[in-house]
Design a protein around this ligand. Sequence first.
Ligand SMILES: [Zn+2]
Ligand SMILES: [Zn+2]
Length: 357
Amino acid sequence: MEASKPKYYAGKRETFAVAPRVWGLKTIFVNLFFIANPDGSWVLVDAGVPGSTAKIRRAADALFGDESRPKAILLTHGHFDHIGAVKDLAQEWDVPVYAHPMELPYLTGLSSYPPPDSSVGGGGMAYMAFAYPKKPINIRNHIELLPGDGSVPGLEGWRWLHTPGHTAGHVSFFREEDRVLVLGDAFTTRDAESAIAVMTEKREVHGPPSYFTPDWAAAHRSVEILADLNPEVAASGHGMPMVGHELRRQLDDLVKNFWVVAVPNKGRYVHEPAITDERGVVSVPPPVGNSVPKIVAIAGAVALVGMALSVLGKRSSDKSARRKSKRPYSHNRVASGLHPTVDPDHDDPNGHTNNYP
Ligand SMILES: [Zn+2]
Ligand SMILES: [Zn+2]
């Protein structure tokens, strides 16, 4: 099968062409990518929202032939909307999943991500953020570390770059030959906080999704690194790909005006980042009080339910001891040994009631 020509499944345009041998697939509101080598072998970059396993498999079959398997799955980062099908697909295809070492705690059940900041952003996406799952998955049996030399397992002519900020172990992928950039959520090509922009697919360079970005200084440096690559094509996790001069102009503008246009005016992580290490979250700044009155009604109701559930859940003396700790925002630190803070086999079905204040 000729890998460079996209085939659309049953006449329905499920995948979209990004560049030669690169295709995107949108799952609800997040993109994942198929990247092929000249010899037809291929990798999957990210794995969509939960519930997209069949859709991804179908798109892979349409592109590369029935029963085709990738050489690897590569993760830009481990947010829930980029790893929805990763466990199923890694098992089914029996392939390794590559990620950056700093992303590992969130992929091996060791730590939850820093809590999202629902006080920032201006639209429905941010308001909904409190309901997003934050529990780490555990794909310990499949996970491998990206090689230190920048090469990309399973792909020729590509290299990976560490682009932290949105998450600590966030990476982007770059093909030097024609300057194609697959960049996860390091920046977006539409306004992720605006529900209207999400629906209308307007292409415009924006910062990373702010409700999930806990280190703005790092995010800024990362955008700078990507702009310095002078990309010809940029394919983001959110929004349609952008190309050429317009892409580079808007990207340069984003670098120049990052603290005005991308960083929220106020918010939990604006002045202080979440501190993480290779074991996960070490500390996070306190939540912003009385932030957005509009969300109080919804979030308040959810918080009440959450509080009731967490009261019910506070059986262990361990937890009450933690509440009295002098490090109220450091409860996720692993003091000694590598004990998971979350038992992935006994996930709280009310996933938004996690340990964070
Ligand atoms: Zn993300
Ligand atoms: Zn995302």
